[in-house]
Design a protein around this ligand. Sequence first.
Ligand code: PEP
Length: 249
Amino acid sequence: MTSRTPLIAGNWKLHNTIAQSVTLATALRAELDGTSGVEIAVAPVATALHPVASALEGSPIALAAQNTHWESRGAFTGELGPALLADVGCRYVIVGHSERRQLFGETEEGVRKKVRAVQAAGLVPIVCVGETLAQREEDATLGIVLGQVDAALAGNDASRLVIAYEPVWAIGTGKTASPADAQAVHAAIRGRLSAVIGELAQRLQILYGGSVKAENARDLLSQPDIDGALVGGASLEAKSFTSIVRAAL
Ligand code: PEP
């Protein structure tokens, strides 16, 4: 483990009613209150943000949003903006998740604008990058991932964000990058950040995501440039998410 404080973030995706979200948040809080040495966040569905914020108030678990528009107000039917996410109590916003890129047409330019808007609202973007299986098989992983990093950072403050490296082929599939393969990509991302912001890059958290579970978390998190995890499926149960948080200590 590095000297950076790890961050374990749960992405609840399109799961859980308000009542279920509050029950999960309350169970996490019961397990994790008093925990130090690791930062923790959960990203419920938008309708549950406010009640989960109340359930987590005063706990070490921060609130994250799964997405945002880049505008904070105006004629954008159906959207939520960073100012509203700050208002509801979010600290983090996940930006550019591969499901948004693949299923909802999220572009590099959209990701860049969202990073800017999230930072302008005083929140921290968790910027997701990652290659598809075809790209990995073509040996294009680093080019794709570093290209996504460059695009997200262009003109933005590279010192106030979290990067999540999530190989697309590992998300929700049960397949995980080997700790060594993940470390190689993380080191390359940190190298790219160093080229932009120098020593400050040593302070940034670079998370791994893709079928992280209690059983594989410790091996991944022990890599020098893996500073935490973005967790989907295993964040939906208090026991498994708590085990991953503890693996980061
Ligand atoms: C994710 O959605 O960011 C993710 C990593 O999902 P899972 O842990 O289920 O692969």
